[in-house]
Design a protein. Structure first.
Lengths: 316, 290, 318
């Protein structure tokens, strides 16, 4: 592992940590900016006896100056403590742990599906640019990208559960319940297949015009090898988009969980929003943002691995 | 007409021909236009009032009387869908306008002034971007209280950083161009430089981004309504209709199918238009030989 | 002496914005085994396009519209992609003009050389690597074993060109086409690269087609020379004859334009501009700039005629 690579990684870790700090700051500021004081916000709409309010004030450290409040809140985040729900009387991190497996399944399987669907089609479309197949794929990609994830989900349920009766509509039983995972994962992956496909296609088309491809052909390299190298070089812009896309991905997973009644982190968020359980809403937001930052970090790392030139330039 | 006015009319006319000849942009515009007509002439086109409850005709499947069926309280879905177009346009246009009004001047001024002000603004934008935008919108609405107005504000805020960044990066690269330096030498006032010289070159980039944002805003708004914190019932927004319809999904799927397809179709129209516009305004990106 | 490359009436054109650009127009060319042949002409006269066309590497919107190219009897125009792939880089290879853009920036230079070796020889990766290091060494690259892992952006222009040459000669080709290999380099490096090509290509017995606009280089290394103007061959002759007795007005002007430090005179130039290739006149393309021109030159295009043994010219007036 070369020196530049280590420097690169360390730099990225620092950036990631700083981003987490700024996210927490933002959310803290939002909390303060909301009408009323934090206690009112946190207990909105619920009847809470006075003793509990005092306890809440203590837990929230509301008697301390604001900078200390923020510092304690931040420390908590880095320790994995995302707050406590006063309605359910349980720590947010505990709730997250309970529901992680479901969400993980959903996101990982959908992600895999998206890659499997978008990469081969992207390569084929780039190689057959301008043909009917290419245009058909592009049209298809725009259509899938235009349909909101929950509409896709609902329509899938209607088609496959109601009309065809092939698959059960909702709920999830235990781990790896494939039958119940097909529809939600399809819905989630379809939304992003279009975007990824188009990014890859555009990137590859541009890369295919580069001179080194001429050199490879002039040297008699096999088509497979040439395409493989072009593909590797095309990934950079795709990765950039992916980093940003992952955020939307996670949030759309929330919607999918709501549509299909899956008991994951996402439906927790939705329910908390509807019941105005703010500790959960805010705690989850921080959690999800941290996940977002971490995945961007991983994407950045991949960037550095794929393109050695990046390791030398210090700033993004 | 002054020479300037003639010039502008000529540009507009040229723009129209280019749009007409670009298939994507034209197709997108047709779809958008279709829904716009529905929105504008809703009272004339819709057979029923979207809020009228008819408990004798609940859960009715599509028929001649009710082409899209009725919902759980007997409201005609066809009419509701048509009126939903109004809300859809109102929302997306508002979001985009707010976004435009705040981000663009901010980004232009910030990039022009540079220095600490620019740094601070950029850090703030970075902070906002580090939370996925729909999530940010959810949090803001949750804190402000559910409702259409708050949802619009929340979504606009979550879009600002992206537009600001885009404008800023283009503005920065233009700032270095020799003709801007010439303006300095000629002692033009800063405001004039920014708005009369830098801005026109950014317009094409902004327009493309905004037309895509129309589609995204619609999706995000529908998502918020779907969760229940956006447009509140009994307002007939497509997202809210989906939220209601979800509970009766297996019984009356038509409550979900028609609003859902409308959202997809209108977003599709916005996307087509945005992509087509991108093609028109960026001839360098055109495919060789075509 | 067997003929390894035979080009007959090759024409290639580009279609851009509804205009047709005739880059190569009815070109005849041949190269014998072991020969060094020069191809001279201004920028934009079609020399590079000719080189790419011969190897069927012209990218769309360009295409070959007529003519034949035979390499060792193998039809390159109508050959299958598989056959072509077996020949390119193996028996017939190409050295490019600008090494920076022709090297893959994310693959180490050693690997790129190995690519070529592996494509045409059934050797394993270790063996290919060994060969590549040997090649790098023979081309004067210091610390070849370490340099193997370097990326193109870590190398200077001259080094990169050495890498390209290494790739081109790695499989001991019969014919190497060098497309202005020194043009993009510093003057001092140019001489080094030229010596390298002499040593590694010519002395090894490969035939060489050297494309350049610098006639002095051709004088040094070539057996025969072709001149091109506006996509057509206008003159060809053995080197000595070419320089002692140039016949075509364009060639004469070109030779006259070579700066001479021994003659005290201002720099000579050819008045006017090369014609734009999408709007070629029916007659001789050199007409507007020619000293010997007559009215009739405008109407009929001159064909190549053998005026002396081995010396062909396309002009009405010599």
């Amino acid at each position: 592992m070369s020196a530049e690579l280590i420097v690169f990684i360390v730099r990225r870790i620092i950036t990631a940590a700083l981003t987490v700090v700024s996210v927490s700051l933002l959310i803290f500021v939002l909390l303060q900016a909301a009408p009323g004081d934090p206690v009112t916000t946190m207990t909105a709409g619920h009847k809470v006896p006075l003793e509990r309010i005092k306890m809440i004030r203590e837990t929230l450290n509301l008697d301390k100056p604001i900078t200390v409040q923020y510092w304690l809140w931040l420390k908590g985040i880095f320790r994995g403590d995302f707050g406590t729900s006063f309605i359910k009387d349980v720590k947010v991190s505990v709730l997250i742990m309970e529901r992680m497996p479901v969400s993980l399944q959903l996101v990982l399987i959908s992600g895999l599906l998206t890659l499997i669907l978008s990469i081969p089609t992207g390569i084929v479309a780039a190689m057959r640019e301008g043909t009917i197949l290419d245009n058909a794929l592009i049209t298809l990609s725009v259509i899938t990208a235009s349909t909101p994830v929950f509409v896709v989900g609902l329509l899938l349920i209607i088609i496959f559960s109601l009309w065809l009766g092939w698959l059960p509509p909702m709920g999830l039983e235990g781990l790896f319940d494939i039958k119940r995972l097909i529809l939600p994962c399809s819905a989630l992956s379809l939304t992003f297949v279009g975007l990824l496909f188009r990014m890859l296609r555009t990137s590859m088309i541009e890369e295919l015009q580069k001179d080194y491809v001429v050199k490879d052909r002039a040297m008699g390299l096999s088509k497979r090898k040439i395409i493989a190298r072009v593909f590797k070089n095309s990934l950079a812009p795709v990765l950039t988009v992916s980093g940003f896309m992952i955020g939307s991905y996670i949030v759309f997973a929330v919607l999918v969980e709501y549509v299909f009644g899956l008991g994951g982190v996402g439906s927790l968020l939705v329910n908390a929003t509807l019941t105005q359980d703010f500790p959960i809403v805010l705690g989850l937001t921080v959690f999800i943002s941290v996940v977002f930052v971490v995945s961007n970090f991983v994407v950045d790392l991949l960037y550095g691995v794929l393109d050695p030139r990046i390791r030398y330039t210090s700033r993004k | 007409m002054t020479a300037r006015a003639r010039f502008i009319t000529r540009q507009i006319r040229k723009a129209f021909t280019r749009v007409r000849s670009n298939f994507l942009a034209a197709a997108g515009l047709i779809i958008i236009g279709f829904f716009a007509v529905l929105a504008i002439f809703a009272p004339l086109i819709a057979p029923f009032d979207p809020y009228t409850i008819d408990l004798n005709a609940t859960y009715a499947a599509p028929s001649w009387a009710h082409p899209f069926g009725t919902d759980h309280v007997g409201r005609d879905i066809f009419s509701r869908v048509i009126y939903g177009a109004r809300i859809a346009f109102a929302i997306t246009v508002l979001v985009v306008l707010i976004e435009l009004a705040v981000s663009v001047p901010l980004a232009l001024i910030s990039s022009y002034i540079g220095g600490t002000f620019d740094e601070v603004v950029m850090r703030m934008m970075d902070m906002i971007i580090s939370i996925p935008h729909l999530l940010l919108a959810i949090v803001i609405v949750a804190l402000l209280g559910p409702g259409m107005r708050n949802a619009i504000i929340a979504i606009s805020i979550s879009y600002m950083p992206m537009l600001a960044r885009l404008v800023r990066s283009v503005a920065l690269s233009i700032k270095e161009e020799p003709y801007i330096e010439a303006c300095h030498v000629l002692r033009f006032k800063s405001v004039r430089i920014v708005f009369a010289h830098i801005l026109p070159n950014i317009v094409s980039v902004i327009i493309v981004q905004l037309s895509l944002d129309l589609g995204y805003a619609l999706i995000d708004m529908a998502s918020l309504s779907f969760i229940g914190i956006g447009v509140q019932p009994p307002k007939a927004s497509w997202g809210a209709m989906l939220s209601l319809g979800k509970s009766y999904l297996l019984r009356s799927p038509w409550m979900v199918i028609f609003p859902g397809i409308c959202i997809a179709l209108l977003v599709f129209g916005f996307n087509l238009f945005g992509i087509g516009l991108g093609d028109i305004l960026n001839p360098k990106a055109r495919r060789r030989g075509k | 002496m067997s003929r390894i490359l035979e080009v007959k009436q090759l024409s290639a054109q580009f279609e851009l914005n509804q205009k047709i650009i005739k880059a190569v127009d009815s070109v005849d060319l041949y190269i014998d085994e072991g020969e060094t042949v020069g191809l001279a002409g201004e920028s934009g006269c079609g020399k590079s396009t000719l080189a790419f066309s011969m190897m069927q590497l012209v990218p769309p919107p360009g295409k070959i519209i007529s003519g034949e190219v035979f390499f060792r009897g193998q039809d390159l125009i109508h050959g299958s992609e598989q056959v072509l792939r077996g020949i390119r880089g193996n028996r017939l290879s190409l050295i490019f003009q600008d090494p920076s853009s022709y090297l893959n920036p994310t693959v180490s230079i050693g690997m790129q050389i190995c690519d070529v070796i592996i494509a045409h020889n059934s050797v394993d990766a270790r063996e290919a690597k060994r060969k590549a290091v040997v090649l790098l060494n023979s081309l004067g690259i210091p610390e070849p074993a370490q340099r193997f892992h370097s990326y193109p952006h870590e190398l200077s222009g001259g080094m990169k060109q050495r890498v390209l040459i290494a790739m081109a000669i790695s499989c001991d080709p019969d014919l190497v086409i060098a497309d202005e290999p020194t043009t993009a380099l510093d003057v001092t490096i140019q001489r080094q690269i030229l010596e390298l090509i002499k040593e590694k290509v010519i002395s090894e017995g490969s035939a060489l087609l050297f494309i350049t606009h610098d006639l002095s280089i051709l004088a040094e290394i070539c057996d025969r020379i072709y001149t091109m103007y506006a996509g057509r061959v206008v003159e060809t002759a053995p080197t000595v004859e070419f320089f002692q007795n140039p016949l075509h007005p364009y060639t004469r002007k070109l030779l006259n334009a070579i700066p001479r430090h021994d003659l005290k005179r201002p720099l000579a130039e050819i008045p006017g501009f090369p014609p734009s290739l999408d709007n070629l006149p029916p007659g001789c393309s050199f007409y507007p700039r020619c000293d010997l021109r007559l009215e009739s030159c405008q109407e009929v295009r001159p064909e190549l005629r053998e005026l002396k043994r081995g010396h062909w010219v396309s002009c009405h007036n010599v």
